[in-house]
Ligand binder design. Sequence first.
Ligand code: 9MR
Length: 352
Amino acid sequence: MRKNRRNRLRLVGALAAVLVAVTAPSAQGLCGEGHNEPPTLAELAQRHGRYFGSATDNPELVDEPYKAILDSEFDQITPGNGMKWYATEPQQGVFDFSAGDEIVDLARANRQKVRGHTLVWHSQLPNWLTSREWTAPELRAVLKKHIQTEVRHYRGKVFAWDVVNEAFNEDGTYRETVFYKTLGPGYIADALRWAHQADPRVKLYLNDYNIESIGPKSDAYFKLAQELRAEGVPLHGIGLQAHLALQYGYPTTLEDNLRRFSRLGLDTALTEVDIRMYVPADEQKLATQAQWYMDLTEACLAVRRCVGITIWDYTDKYSWIPAFFDGEGAALPWDEQLQPKPAYYAIREALK
Ligand code: 9MR
């Protein structure tokens, strides 16, 4: 199986050079509907009943060549920052949805669906929330109001919400966030119920990184999901961020892991995919990266309830990696000049 794939990848590599010429017009943003245009990643994914999306962020939207590919190649968008708490409720009770709205409007114009990200997270919180102590009743009220105001605002405009983001530690214990410490583990069920009240149709997800493999952290989600489902709490999916790194190896149990969540009656999605490496990139590293993009795309396609894949922005030009991991980068399928890399052709191959 893997040998087979390797051969296919070699073929992909050989075809890549030829395809660069063929796909260059679409990479420049002409839409894929003309009959000489190859199908976009979105069109290829749709044939499998999946979406293929990208994160984006407001400051990038002035970059027209960037925007052309964002608008044409993907059918799903996640705002990288614009819907987070610091952005949406900068002062207590004062809401500002302008950043998220800009991205929702753009996505609607391009008939792309939007994943809401994220309602409850320990990071990127506003100062007013982190700079004081809260009693449990106070924080409960603050949390409920934040969730319900934001979910109501985006009702009918987002298909899914990352309701709680990164709730567990690597060993499967609860992360000691202000919400956990003040409200106990029940904050997760409450958050899901409040979101559901505000928009009964939107799909509600828990989302985290390092849960691609079967292990203590993904087991914690599996157990929690079982409990929540048994209690009738509105949970519809698990988002696996999939921030992978070549030096840590491919998560070979990904497909089995996706499947066990499916069996619980849950959707899954790969929500923030990137595959970083130590830079400079070379041919070998880019080939391995391409193989991984192919493998994770195939894993999602193999599991019926894996609904789609989102890359965490599509170009190395706007990747979060270099700023967060010293000496690492080159994590996305398009390079800093917006040229497709071997990973791009590997994803296409997997979607064919
Ligand atoms: O892409 C986001 C980046 O612009 C921010 O600086 C960063 C701050 O932590 O958050 C990034 O997105 C994160 C996402 O919201 C949750 N999972 C991890 C992502 C990468 O940090």
